[in-house]
Write a new protein. Sequence first.
Length: 94
Amino acid sequence: MYLIPSLPETQALTEFRERTAAVLRELSKSDKPLLLTQKGKAAGVVMSPRAYELMADAASLYRSIAAARQSLQEFHQGKARPLSDALDQLEAKY
């Protein structure tokens, strides 16, 4: 099952410049990012530190899961070898 993320709110860069302090206060109460636009096109994203932390943690977890899946795939393809052989190779190299 895939979750479809909601689209972020958008705000013109000019309006953001005029209301920076207020917008940052609003963002600190929410974990939602704000998409800044310039001439109608995406120009940047602003988010609270907590929202950034959550996103970074999710990305780290995703990378760990992807690495585990690849390891399992390699194991099932017969690319695995005993730990003792790998350690012997490391000792010889270093």
